[in-house]
Ligand binder design. Structure first.
Ligand SMILES: COC(=O)C(/C=C/C1=C(C)CCCC1(C)C)=C/O[C@H]1C=C(C)C(=O)O1
Ligand SMILES: O=C(O)CCC(=O)C(=O)O
Ligand SMILES: [Fe+2]
Length: 365
């Protein structure tokens, strides 16, 4: 008899949100409905403006073409220290390529379900098409379809998950990933400079960096106030680069001063955020910031996240130059492969995943 694959975990039935929307349900299924305390509509830092148009907070904008100038470098330092998020303009990546990636991604999500299910995300894994970070039957679901691929090094790829349709999908992802890798390397060298470190510090430490891409497709939802597009989390990466499809509604929110703040993307810019790995390496000077995505009543939204992280082989902890009397060591040393395993085997839960590395303060300190 052919072996039957039995998943070790039971995640229950996961509705595909695009199909759910097509079936025009009279009510949102319970598994998507969040606690009142998590109400996605409770979000703005600033009170609604008199015109009742939503007001957006502008995260810092960094001009990559001017990052050799001190004023831009100090802007980058402030962005990393006070926000954990910034938008990069003049990033040097061909806008035609960004547009082509948006097109193949949308074409992918618009294919019939049977075609997308040729690349399934197995329960408890995070590559392929489906919902990542679901580990139990009673876990709430996000109003999002995802397609994720490990890109570099090739050892993390699952070739069976690289789609043959839409044509050009895989080659466009390859071309895009090469460009984004270069951008991450440049940004990390400037970030090292803002910390008074040698510009090659991160590059030399990371070995062959791990890189993954995830496309997040959020269909419209008749009750955006009840559901979550993507649960609150910080990224486990060193840096994440987020591309938002042109014309998409605002969906990304970051937790700033304990309030959810919506982020308005600048056309053609890329949103960059500090991941848990940089938080640890900088001993908490540059922190990963909790963020989430909300949905829109009438409009769909596509975002494409690239996660850039050290090799699974490396051991890491706070960089000695960033530990001193005023900034005592806050994180232990660990192997990044172990952190990755911990990250991908736990549900998204704000910044809780980073407890893995935190040194608990003792009563006397
Ligand atoms: C919300 O964050 C993520 O989904 C995520 C996942 C990345 C990955 C894949 C989609 C495919 C396989 C590799 C990898 C785990 C990188 C974030 O990436 C971070 C999390 C860790 C840990 C990391 O190294 O990058
Ligand atoms: O869709 C978004 O804006 C957020 C995506 C994100 O945070 C992620 O993929 O990790
Ligand atoms: Fe994220």
């Amino acid at each position: 008899m052919a072996p039957v694959f039995v998943s070790p975990i039971n995640v229950g039935h996961i509705d595909d949100v695009q199909e759910l929307r097509k079936s025009k349900p009279t009510a949102i299924p319970q598994r998507f409905i969040r606690d009142i305390a998590e109400d996605p509509s409770l979000s703005t830092l600033t009170p609604p403006s008199p015109s009742s148009k939503p007001s957006f907070t502008a995260i810092p904008v960094v001009d990559l073409s001017k990052l050799t100038q001190n004023t831009q470098l100090s802007k980058l330092a402030t962005a990393c220290q006070d926000w954990g998020f910034f938008q990069v303009i003049n990033h040097g990546i061909d806008l035609g390529l960004l547009e082509r990636l948006e097109k193949v991604s949308m074409d992918f999500f618009m294919m019939p379900l049977e075609e997308k299910q040729k690349y399934p995300m197995a329960p408890g894994t995070i590559q392929g098409y489906g919902q990542a970070f679901v580990f139990s039957e009673d876990q709430k679901l996000d109003w999002c379809n995802m397609f994720a691929l490990g890109v570099e090094p090739h050892a993390i790829r699952n070739p069976k998950l690289w789609p043959t349709k839409p044509t050009k999908f895989s080659e466009t992802v390859e071309e895009y990933s090469r460009e984004i890798r270069g951008l991450c390397q440049k940004l990390l060298s400037f970030i090292a400079t803002t910390l008074g470190l040698n510009k090659d510090t991160f590059e030399e430490m990371f070995g062959v960096a791990v890189q993954a891409v995830r496309m997040n497709y959020y269909p419209p939802c008749s009750r955006p106030d009840l559901v979550m597009g993507l649960s609150p989390h910080s990224d486990g990466s060193a840096l994440t680069v987020l591309q938002e499809r042109k014309g998409s509604p605002v969906g990304l929110q970051i937790l700033k001063d304990n309030k959810w703040v919506p982020i308005q993307p600048i056309p053609d810019a890329l949103v960059v955020n500090i991941g848990d790995t940089i938080e640890v390496l900088t001993n908490g000077r540059y922190k990963s910031v909790e963020h989430r995505a909300v949905t829109h009543k009438d409009k769909d939204r596509l975002s494409i996240a690239t996660f850039y992280a050290p090799s699974y082989e490396i051991e890491l902890g706070p960089i000695p130059e960033l530990v001193n009397e005023n900034s005592p060591c806050r994180y232990r040393r660990y192997n990044h492969g172990e952190y990755s395993k911990h990250y991908v085997t736990n549900k998204l839960q704000g910044k809780r995943t980073l407890d893995f590395a935190k040194i608990k303060p003792t009563n006397s300190s």
